[in-house]
Design a protein around this ligand. Structure first.
Ligand code: PLP
Length: 410
């Protein structure tokens, strides 16, 4: 008798987890077992249209055959050899990311938080190498989210993430993205770097304005302060361009990437300019798994699809379709939908009430979306979603909004 460990075991998954898995996540009450394209299936074989894609990770959809083949081929060849030796894929991946971002060097890691952490450390290292040891402050933004490690958490705005773990990295000043003047005052020649998401994700899908971005770039130029752009969520085609920072006229010195890059295989990257890179020495930073062959192979496959097979153009086309559909939804439910924010395939539907009931009702009807910033329904579908699948998702949301809207007026 074979006992394939991938077979769904006849166990009560939530009960088992509640005993042995640290309870840091509030999971929806479904057990997912497989996926195909934009759809996932649970252990009762119920189908869900996945418009959150593992929070922007399953960028090529689920069980993508080409990705599966690339990973399997790599697994049969060499999965990992550590950073003690060269292998053929890191350089190729770095070269592709450099061409896409304009930042010539990459440090590879395994998650978004690690990419942010690396950027923060490298920014400090720049000023240390240049002999400006007192130049250690960071300026971050209200509504920011950069991850859960100490450094990334220190630059994350929402107090409930930070307070239980204080004291964190000192000298982080938070500025409101509505206040370009405050930003201008906060950045001075003791600031190591400004860190920002050009399109804030966890904080409620909030794009920065061009005016604010202009103030950031001007303050960085005036004082020589480094600019760290975090595109862990918004980057790599999500908004219909390689990186959202380009639409705001920002010129980052460092760029944090993760999520979509491995299309489901954990990989992160900190990209940086040559000026930054030349201040960093062997031994300054590292990661056991960072840039391993499996991760690089998956990321190379993703970038081939994004650029060579024009997934980027597809995002622009279907993103425009999604935006039109969302605007129609907002018009049909004006009491419930008060604002739409986003770009490409990254959207927040801002409600006049807590978004939890909408998320729950959508799940009951077979649609996965999630709540962010309390009142915002967030959509981050796979980049390969079709117009028909978007219409299907919008029809479900329309019926949910209709039901909850009539509940409110009953
Ligand atoms: N930065 C941004 C903008 C994010 O959205 C996230 C995760 O949601 C992170 C960093 C942290 O990434 P990870 O969860 O992979 O550590």
């Amino acid at each position: 008798m074979t006992n394939d460990s991938t077979d769904p075991a006849p166990i009560d998954v939530p009960a088992l987890e509640s005993k042995h898995v640290l309870q840091v996540y509030r999971r929806a009450p479904i057990v997912l077992v497989r996926g195909s394209g934009v759809r996932v299936y649970d252990d009762q074989d119920r189908m869900f249209l996945d418009l959150i894609s593992g929070v922007g990770v399953a960028s090529l959809g689920h069980a993508n055959p080409g990705l599966a083949e690339a990973i399997a081929d790599q697994a049969r060849t060499l999965v990992h050899c550590s950073n003690l030796y060269y292998h053929g894929l890191q350089g190729r991946l770095a070269e592709r990311l450099a061409a896409l971002s304009g930042l010539s060097r990459a440090f590879f890691c395994n998650s978004g938080a690690e990419a942010v952490e690396a950027c923060l450390k490298f920014a400090r290292r720049v000023w240390h190498t240049r002999g400006a040891v007192g130049r250690h402050r960071f300026v971050a933004l209200r509504h920011s989210f950069h991850g859960r490690t100490f450094g990334a958490l220190s630059a994350t705005w929402e107090p409930h993430y930070r307070e239980p773990f204080e004291p964190l990295v000192p000298s982080v000043t938070f500025v409101s993205p509505d206040d370009p003047d405050a930003l201008g005052t906060a950045v001075d020649d003791t600031t190591a770097a400004v860190i920002l998401e050009p399109l804030q994700g966890e904080g409620g899908v909030r794009p920065l304005t061009r005016e604010f971005a202009g103030a950031v770039q001007a303050a960085c130029d005036r004082t020589g302060t480094l600019l760290i752009v975090d595109e862990v969520q918004s980057g790599l085609g999500r908004t219909g361009v390689p990186f959202y920072f380009s639409t705001l006229g920002l010129r980052p010195d460092l760029l944090a990437l993760g999520k979509a890059l491995g299309a489901g295989v954990p990989v992160g990257a900190a990209m940086m300019s040559e000026d930054v890179a030349e201040t960093i020495r062997p031994g300054d930073h590292g990661s056991t798994y960072g840039g391993n062959l499996l991760a690089c192979r998956a990321a190379l496959f993703f970038l081939e699809q994004l650029v060579d097979h024009d997934v980027l153009g597809h995002v622009r086309r279907v993103g425009a379709h999604l935006e039109r559909g969302l605007r129609d939804l907002a018009t049909r439910h004006p009491a419930l939908v008060i604002e739409l924010r986003g770009a490409g395939l990254m959207w927040g539907i801002v409600l006049s009430r807590d978004a939890a009931r909408v998320i729950e009702a959508a799940l009951q009807r077979g649609l996965l979306v999630n709540r962010t910033g309390g009142t915002v329904v967030r959509m981050l579908p796979p980049l390969v979603i079709s117009e028909a699948e978007i219409d299907e998702a919008l029809a479900i949301l329309d019926s949910v909004c209709g039901e909850l809207g009539s509940e409110a007026t009953a």
